[in-house]
Design a protein around this ligand. Structure first.
Ligand code: CU
Length: 230
């Protein structure tokens, strides 16, 4: 009992801060929606199963009165059987439709036309840093500046091993492959500063492969582009 109390205290006092559940872009909001939606849908199943389980254990428990009872031998129940086949199928369809639609729409794609509407940024990962190159050729290391509200199209490549591009509050994770360009889009980021990181173990200093992401107003982004790199 004491252990359970400690466990609950640990969970409640840990101050869990799950950044993917604090989305700051349309892309991340869709991802958070999928997590919440499937969680609550599964909770319906969990609660139903546990309620029935507890109810049956209690209802058919051993008592002095029923000591010699032999339950009736039941063979089949069409209504019940149809119910427990059809209900899960319906639940799975409800779960599958938004999951497939969103994951298909968001998944990283083969290189795309650079004329596609949006801000295009080349992202080059290497052990153990990130380089961001903007459309006018401006380059910066470990600091990504992007304009708010625009579709941001990242062209991801790696110079050595496989990395993974991830800004938890904005979107990701997307594998960054050597010798192969992949495009990934983050829609409508909101103003703010966010932590970005490599999400694929890539060597000894993998944990240091982080970068700062700054989402700024559109005018500020234009100004940033013409500033000399510091
Ligand atoms: Cu890495």
């Amino acid at each position: 009992m004491k252990k359970i109390v400690w466990l609950f205290m640990l969970i409640f006092l840990a101050g869990c801060n799950i950044t993917v559940l604090q989305p700051k872009s349309e892309t991340a909001s869709e991802q958070a929606f999928l997590i919440n939606f499937s969680f609550w849908l599964m909770m319906i199943v969990v609660v139903t199963v546990f309620t029935l389980f507890i109810r049956f254990v209690y209802k058919y428990r051993f008592t002095e009165k029923r000591k010699d009872d032999l339950p009736e031998d039941v063979k089949g129940n069409r209504k019940l059987e149809i119910t427990w086949i059809v209900l899960p199928i319906l639940l799975l369809i409800v779960l599958a439709v938004p999951t497939i639609a969103i994951t298909y729409e968001q998944s990283a794609k083969a290189p795309q036309d650079r004329k596609k509407n949006g801000v295009h940024i080349d992202v080059i990962g290497k052990q153990f840093s990130w380089t961001f190159q903007h459309e006018n050729g401006k380059k910066e290391m470990n600091r990504l500046v992007i304009p708010e509200g625009e579709p941001i199209i990242f062209h991801l490549t790696s110079e050595d091993v496989i990395h993974s591009f991830w800004v938890p509050k904005l979107g990701g994770k997307v594998d960054v492959m050597p010798g192969k360009e992949i495009t990934y889009e983050i829609k409508k980021p909101e103003k703010g500063s966010y932590q970005g990181k490599c999400a694929e173990y890539c060597g000894l200093a993998h944990a240091n492969m982080t970068f700062k992401t700054k989402v700024v107003a559109k005018e500020d982004y234009q100004e940033y582009l013409i500033q000399e790199s510091q």
